[in-house]
Ligand binder design. Sequence first.
Ligand code: ADP
Ligand code: MG
Length: 375
Amino acid sequence: MPSEFSIIKTFFADKSQQKHASTKLGIGDDGAIVTIPDNQEMVIVVDTLVEGVHFPQQTSARDIAYKALAVNLSDLAAMGAEPSTFTLALTLPQSLTGEGEKNSRARSLKKPLKKSQQNANWLKDFSEGLFELAAQANIELIGGDTTQGPLTVTIQAHGLVPKNKALLRSGAHAGDLIFVSGTLGDAAVGLQCAQHRLGREEKKLSSALSIEEKQYCLNRLNRPQPRLKAGFLLRGIATSCIDISDGLLADLGHICAASRCRATINAQNIPLSPVYKKHYAHYAKGESVLGVNSMSALAATAGDDYELCFTVSPEAVPKLLALDLGCPISQIGEVCALEEAGSSADQAGAPRPMVVLLDKTGNIIPVAKSGYSHF
Ligand code: ADP
Ligand code: MG
């Protein structure tokens, strides 16, 4: 079994990474040292992925690594920061460090590999997935920790932003327009595809989507594209910004809470991919209660999108539309004052949610759960 030190050396320390200008000392000592350039500030984010909780058990090592870094980069994007350095805390089960066979996922492979090979292959794939995205995003691995236990990946990422220019959740004002990048709901379909791969309802799903369409959704789930370029171009333009990890309604709710405002979303403006619509049409067949509104409501409450949701004052919209953000954006709604948007309670006296979804005629679409819920 390779030692912790040879794992670090082989898979993480000896990689020919692009060095970041802010790194003074990388992997190898008790700590890393980074310098913060004059007139810049450092944004620090951290996210943990736990097997079976944040990704299905069958997810490939390459995708696990990619996603672990991508979700952190998405947080940096939402802050308007440019990625600089990151650390990796990796907890590996015995089955992946070559010790002990009980409950080893590798045992279920048809042709079992030697323990040392399983270990090396998994770590090699993991390291490749990690450095593939790190190179794209120009972020350097400068340290970490390697331990044994249930498969868990924690990445802490650092980014730089000009002083006082970071995008916050707290700057939205009544009258601002609300935008979202990309399309919503694809990752939720991807999760369904991943679960169906495990055998459940295989027929129903396979008749709806082609292999390419399923792969598109699985990629949206496992390899989210952090909207980094959009994030830093929105500095000075967006009044607030958040990345959507738990669902549009839930995450926009965080902007509303931080900015002390409410928001209305027009369901028909929520951007949906053709694949999402196709899947939904098939899935909802025969269930007459599910119309276009519910299709949008589902996309607005689905998790794992990693798109940006941001607000812009009407005066700044021409500037926004002149930018090449590297991804499509859609205007989906409007910010209103806390006391606006009707009363703070509906007719039945129930407290009105901070974020409401409206249908074409301006009626509120009731949504049971604003956060993560797949079909
Ligand atoms: P210590 O015992 O002093 O915490 P370690 O032996 O854990 O140090 O780590 C040695 C060096 O390797 C440190 O610079 C640490 O940051 C780095 N390191 C450990 N694990 C990883 C990892 N998974 N990825 C990147 N660097 C790592
Ligand atoms: Mg030490």
